[in-house]
Write a protein of this length. Structure first.
Length: 384
């Protein structure tokens, strides 16, 4: 049974050449990318660069914050072309086609550009806006701010807002707790964020939980209620799954375990899967659809992994030395992006600070390792 599941997972990944031709059509642009790209593409070659909170949507652009500003890289363009977006700022995010860029300025405002031209972002007199996220087309934005931007009469509470294509602001979070780190799905108008508000009383519990809002069916509601914090939600590109990290024993008594593990929530069935159970904990989950499966990436003990959810097989990205800051799904079916102190350009040794690489898993298939998902209260997505 394990052998059949293992073979199916490799086919699902498209790592066998024959399977890739059959699944991807052989002559499609996607196939050309994974066939002609080397196993490792160096994106940054110096400094200390971390991956952004929200992974790039699609394969066109990769925004990174470096010492001299925010740059956008085009990994599959000739020479990995790079463009300076801003000489300062943090938390960059892009639309799927890379035409819309948004980030937090040093003045605490949300900046937006379309095809390089500046647009008017949401005005925040408090100068506390942060964590922007945009949808597929870049016309709708989610972000958080400690300013009372919709005049609810309670200042200095960090809340989550959505700004539509007409410039109208909608308050998504509620209560007196801190709400932050929103992520807007590429489609279907779903926003996930973390908040410490009690959903009934509105009191600040001091413990972050994951909340989900559907823009066509407000208000938002929380999907976790553990004694330990649940943080860092991200939504799959098909708007089916929400992945997050949690210290709570969500599959058991909801107690605080003291270390974070990686979870997935299925928006269709309302079920959960715990992907890790590592003594030292895991962090930085991301998720992307891959054909009939989903790839969830994460970091445990400084090493990079991904789990194919339907196949229920875990893989480890071979990193010869150093530690991994983050691994992001996306950039195309066969690619992941990592920031690490391992010198992947030479294949040995370490670098001063994290450098960013795009890894072609078709050219260098990662090995399967031990690790299995635990679904609760039942298995929401059937296996192959």
């Amino acid at each position: 049974m394990r052998d059949r599941r293992f073979i199916r997972s490799w086919i699902a990944l498209g790592l066998f050449a024959g399977a890739a031709i059959a699944v991807l059509g052989g002559s499609t642009p996607a196939a050309a990318f994974h066939r002609k790209t080397p196993p490792v593409t160096s994106i940054t070659t110096s400094g200390d660069t971390n991956l952004p909170r929200i992974p790039s949507q699609g394969r066109r652009s990769l925004p990174l914050v470096e010492s001299d500003g925010i740059w956008v890289y085009m990994p599959f363009s000739t020479g990995s072309e790079r463009t300076l977006v801003s000489t300062s700022g943090t938390q960059p995010a892009t639309s799927t086609l890379g035409r819309t860029m948004t980030w937090r300025t040093t003045a605490g405002q949300i900046a937006i550009t379309f095809n390089g031209d500046p647009l008017v972002g949401p005005s925040d007199p408090s100068g506390t806006s942060d964590n922007p996220s945009v949808d597929k087309r870049g016309t709708t934005m989610a972000f958080d701010s400690a300013g009372d931007l919709t005049n609810v009469g309670v200042p200095n509470v960090r809340r989550v807002y959505v700004r539509d294509r007409f410039g109208t602001l909608t308050l998504l979070s509620k209560g007196l707790g801190t709400s932050r780190k929103p992520v807007l799905s590429t489609k279907r108008g779903i926003v996930a964020f973390e908040s410490t508000s009690d959903p009934t009383t509105g009191a600040d519990t001091g413990i972050s939980q994951i909340w989900i809002a559907r823009l066509n069916a407000l208000p938002a509601g929380r999907i976790t209620a553990g004694a330990g914090p649940s943080t860092d939600p991200l939504i799959s590109d098909d708007a089916r799954l929400v992945t997050f990290a949690s210290r709570a024993n969500l599959a058991g008594d909801s107690s605080d375990t003291g270390v974070a593990q990686i979870f997935v929530y299925d928006l269709v069935s309302g079920t959960y899967a715990q992907l890790t159970n590592e003594p030292s904990g895991c962090s930085r989950p991301t998720v992307a659809r891959f054909q009939s499966d989903w790839r969830i990436t994460f970091v445990c003990n400084g090493q990079a992994y991904f789990h194919m959810l339907r196949a229920n097989v875990r893989y480890q990205i071979p990193i010869p030395a150093g530690t991994v800051q983050a691994i992001n799904a996306g950039m195309g079916d066969h690619f992941v992006t990592v920031s690490t102190t391992a010198d992947l350009a030479t294949g040995s040794g370490t670098t001063i600070g994290n450098r960013v690489y795009v890894l072609n898993m078709y050219a260098s298939p990662p090995p399967a390792v031990a690790g299995s998902a635990t679904w609760f209260p039942f298995q929401g997505i059937p296996g192959f």
